[in-house]
Design a protein around this ligand. Structure first.
Ligand SMILES: Cc1ncc(C[n+]2csc(CCOP(=O)(O)OP(=O)(O)O)c2C)c(N)n1
Ligand SMILES: O=C1C[C@@H](O)[C@H](O)[C@@H](O)C1=O
Ligand SMILES: [Mg+2]
Length: 643
């Protein structure tokens, strides 16, 4: 057998550079490159290997390990999982920092490949710097904490183990059902250990992403249910995008006159103005989708995980006759809501189902309901897009901080409302722009009112809703689609939590734009607590008050434009409509990353539409308002499906 003597890390890099995928007959390289933060746990092993021969892989220098994993997720998600990045960290804290990223990837079913450095397999120098040391189990290290959030986990204690381990890693990463974070812990001594690797290990490998075909029995079951239904409703989930099934779905919906709602991951598979596109569904859904879903007698869920936000905590579907037909590659998801299981690729399943329903002469029985409700919703969006501050202003989310709005207006020196800003951005951004979001009040607003004018221009991480994803993932999205303007839509809280890879974007000359909505609060959480009978507690950005000992003094002012300018970004402070127009137009002309610090009044985001979200309210409390909210909660729980 022909062999080549390499260190384990050198072998790993050489292997990764030779992995390809094939999807619908098209072949492409699978691993684009590495995000790295080097420390003693990886620099002399994996770092050395990358310096010596990285092949065609590109190597980036991250700033925060979680941030760089978010960039990798953004890249893979925007590429519909067809190309990914690997990330490597040092041992201990660097490794721990990537865990949140691993969880974000796994929750969203997005492939990322993580190589945290690990403590010595030899154990001679133990305890090494950054080793936790568990007295009861010497095999435990920080990296064991990844197990709960990884789809595949291994530790390479001997250099030859890398071969079997990596082939398995590829199996998981390229499998639409299994994919998520793959974590391979690399003890720092083993990274540099040499072995005579068979040359065959480094041959070009093409991993086929197969389209799972439904059985006849699955389709029979689905047809039997759908053919007698009058008010079908489709949920377009992320699986539609990953399967490249959008056009097939469009034809399917048109053929049988079936309206569809969009999950956060499915939004922008089909553009907003399509007659049957009812827009966002669920807790943060809109009037059109939610009203139709509530009355539907069959829900055809395509590539959806049926999260609580999609089903409004299983409360949304109120028609007593409603059945569920679940088209999903993952049997785990196909089994949800006790539905009819079509365990298959979305595109293939829709094609076959369409043929069969056509033979049954199937058509929905909608008359003018679809157009009427969509018109009503469009009028509502127009209203939201035009809400302006005026005398005796009552914000959209009312009854919470109504009497403090003027204080905010004074300190922010702005009276812009969030929905008005979104309305202006809707017309100011180019149609091809991609917006990126994840947490706070913006995902709800965007799922409701954002109008994608081109396919795949809406990029929302709402599986983990991880604060800090927005800016960092925007870099990954930009690397995936360098010809487009990419906008991170982020709240003040989330920006402060993590925006480390903004600096990497400057270093790489990969321009991203940040649209920062500063309302001086954890706005959506303030809405949540006050909407459930609590006071405002620990969610407004206020100084500690020496008199009360509480965080209820003056508002804490931030200049985010100044912050980003210090990194080399072109920045803008926006307090008026005119400033917003000028800033967005000027930002488009820039070559460096930009940040637009938009001061918006709190409570001016959108509110709910025919929706609900189950939360855990206190069953005993001093405040009557809390007890009332808990009672309301229980009433709603009684209306919801039990499983
Ligand atoms: C990493 C992480 N920590 C905590 C949360 C819980 N959380 C969700 S939104 C939010 C506040 C967001 O505030 P901001 O970014 O200012 O957005 P706003 O709601 O004001 O629009 C918090 C704390 C989260 N989603 N992610
Ligand atoms: O707790 C949360 C509430 C949601 O409104 C928000 O969008 C999300 O980020 C979150 O974590
Ligand atoms: Mg905020």
């Amino acid at each position: 057998m022909e062999t080549i003597r390499l260190t384990m890390a050198q072998a790993l890099v050489k292997f990764l550079d030779n992995q390809y995928i094939s999807f619908d007959g098209e072949e492409q390289k699978f691993i684009k490159g590495f995000f790295t933060i080097f420390g003693h746990g990886n620099v002399l092993g994996l770092g050395q290997a990358l310096e010596q021969d990285k092949g065609d892989l590109i190597v980036h220098q991250g700033r925060n390990e979680q941030g760089m994993v978010h960039a990798a997720i953004g890249y893979a998600k925007q590429n519909h999982r067809k190309q990914i990045y690997a990330c490597t960290s040092s041992v201990g804290p660097g490794a721990a920092n990537m865990i949140t990223g691993a969880a974000t990837a796994t929750a969203n079913r997005i492939p990322v490949l993580l190589f945290p450095g690990d403590t010595y397999a030899a154990r001679q120098p133990d305890p090494v710097l950054q080793q936790v040391e568990q007295f009861h189990d010497l095999t435990l290290t920080t990296n064991d904490a990844y197990k709960a959030v990884s789809k595949y986990w291994d530790r390479i204690n001997r250099p030859e183990q890398i071969m079997f381990s990596m082939i398995n890693a590829m199996r998981i990463l390229t499998d639409p059902v299994e994919t998520g974070a793959v974590t391979i812990a690399l003890p720092q001594d083993v990274q540099g250990e040499a072995y005579d690797y068979p040359v065959s290990f480094f041959k070009k490998r093409v991993h086929r992403i197969e389209r799972k075909i439904p059985t006849d029995a699955m389709i029979d079951d689905a047809v039997k249910v759908i053919k007698n239904k009058k008010k079908p409703f489709i949920i377009c989930g992320g699986g539609v995008r990953y399967s490249e099934a959008a056009n097939t779905l469009k034809e399917f919906a048109e053929k049988f006159d079936i309206p569809f709602g969009e999950t956060q991951a499915g939004k922008s598979a089909i553009t907003w103005e399509h007659r049957l596109n009812m827009g966002g569904i669920g807790t943060t859904g809109n009037l059109a989708s939610n009203v139709l879903a509530k009355e539907a007698d069959v829900i055809i869920g395509i590539g959806t995980r049926y999260t609580d936000f999609t089903t409004a905590s299983k409360w949304l579907f109120q028609n007593p006759q409603v059945d569920f037909v679940n088209i999903n590659v993952a049997s785990f998801d196909a089994y949800k809501l006790d539905g009819i299981k079509v365990e298959a690729d979305a595109k293939v399943a829709l094609e076959i189902l369409a043929d069969r329903l056509e033979k049954e002469d199937y058509e929905s029985a909608y008359t003018d309901e679809i157009d009427n409700i969509k018109d009503r919703w469009n009028n509502e969006v127009d209203r939201l897009f035009n809400i302006k501050y005026k005398e005796d202003f009552v914000p959209e989310v009312r009854g919470h901080l109504d009497d403090k709005i003027d204080e905010y207006k004074e300190v922010l020196e702005s009276s812009l409302t969030q929905t008005r800003v979104l309305g202006m951005l809707d017309s100011l951004l180019d149609d091809s722009s991609i917006i990126v979001g994840a947490s706070g009040s913006l995902p709800g607003d965007l799922q409701r009112v954002w109008r994608p004018k081109e396919q795949n221009t809406y990029h929302m991480e709402y599986g983990y809703s991880c604060m800090g994803y927005e800016v960092n993932a925007a870099l990954g999205v930009k690397l995936a689609q360098p010809d487009r303007e990419v906008y991170a839509m982020v709240g003040d809280g989330s920006y402060m939590m993590l925006h480390s890879e903004l600096v990497t974007s400057i270093q790489e000359g990969a321009k991203i734009n940040i649209l920062l909505f500063d309302n001086m609060e954890f706005g959506c959480i303030n809405n949540l607590q006050m909407g459930h009978g609590m006071g405002s507690f620990g969610t407004e950005m206020r100084h500690r008050n020496p008199k009360t000992g509480l965080l209820d003094d003056k508002l804490v002012k931030m200049d985010f434009a100044m912050n980003a300018a210090s990194y080399g970004c072109k920045t803008y402070s926006v307090r008026t409509e005119e400033e917003l127009i000028n800033a967005v137009q000027d930002a488009k002309k820039q070559e460096v990353s930009t940040l637009i610090d938009i001061k918006v009044l709190p409570k001016t985001m959108t509110d709910g539409y025919e929706s609900w979200w189950r939360v855990g309210n206190a069953e005993v409390a001093e405040k009557d308002s809390i007890m009332n909210a808990t009672k309301e909660l229980k009433d709603k729980i009684n209306e919801a499906r039990k499983y």
